[in-house]
Design a binder for this molecule. Sequence first.
Ligand code: OSB
Ligand code: MG
Length: 371
Amino acid sequence: TRIDRIELHRVRLPLVHRFQTSSHAKTELEHILVRLTDGEGAEGWGEIASPSGPFYSAETVETCWSVAVDHLVPIVLGADWEHPGELARAMARVRGNRFARAGFDTAAWALWSLRRGVPLARALGGGRDTVEAGVSLGIEPGIDALLEQVGLRVAEGYRRVKLKIAPGWDVEPVRAVRAAFPGVPVHVDANGVYEDTEEHHAVLRELDGWGLLMVEQPFAPSALLAHARLQRTMETPVCLDESVEDPEDLNTALALGAGRVLNIKVSRMGGLTQAVRAHDIARDHGVPVWCGGMHEFGVGRAANVALSSLPGFTLPSDVSGSDKYYARDITTEPVVCTGGTVRVPTRPGAGWVPDTGFLRTVATRSLVREA
Ligand code: OSB
Ligand code: MG
């Protein structure tokens, strides 16, 4: 396959409900869509789903745009490859900048699976027909507002509820949600904001005993030893998110006992190629995984759904329906969650493609490069 044409589109969509984590709040998202076209006119779409600011990772929409235009387009345009893994290896010359690379890698997988006439999920090795969906809820202004959100999503059938926590907003929301929805699987995500102090370890240990599915990323990304220390004192599994950007990070984390569950994000890992590798390593170690999200539009969400169909994804993923985030998604059809599951597409390719007419009306900046 030779990529003869690349389009990049910056697209801004408003969120239907403000989302606040321990590190930042957002009311709209600006992602970059990547369109790769080969010599025969077949195309694949990918999404660069970086948040606007450098608060989840070091990347921003501006760094992604600049790295894409100046460094990734020159590598991908005109490159000859048989398998998306080869393109991922060529792009690995660019250090870090994984959200930017993920957009190109997922587009290459979408194109490759389409050309081979198989669904993206099957191309990746996934076997499920449907994937279980969980929902991620931000920090709300108060307990009542949080319980309202939980109630709404539980009524829609989501299989698990994830609560964002931060010091001062942790034990109380967990107790309230547990009391109001005793049968609902709950997990918490701190986005790395707790400190490796006795005081904070004590608060996190207080969360033990509430039957939480896991405590996600309590400490800073590089604080693997702190995660290992906490895991030794807690029954509840510690789950890593920001700490694992690379299969080697996962090997190190597992060797240290820094967690018992892994959140695999396509963006954070730099694309589907590396996400599948992380899945394989976790599986060899008996570590359950689930697919995390970055509020992707339908294009990125399609990659998340396909990835979640792999056998090691035994916990519900953050693959909510488009309507949880957007009044109108960028794809011709929204991602739909019914009864807590999302159907894995059976048509060749990624299954969801942008509505290019709508895309034109919401793109704030576009660029075309031809070989
Ligand atoms: O840590 O999982 C996270 C969104 C932005 C930054 C970090 C995270 C999240 C989410 C979104 O939890 C989950 C989703 O896309 O449904
Ligand atoms: Mg997380």
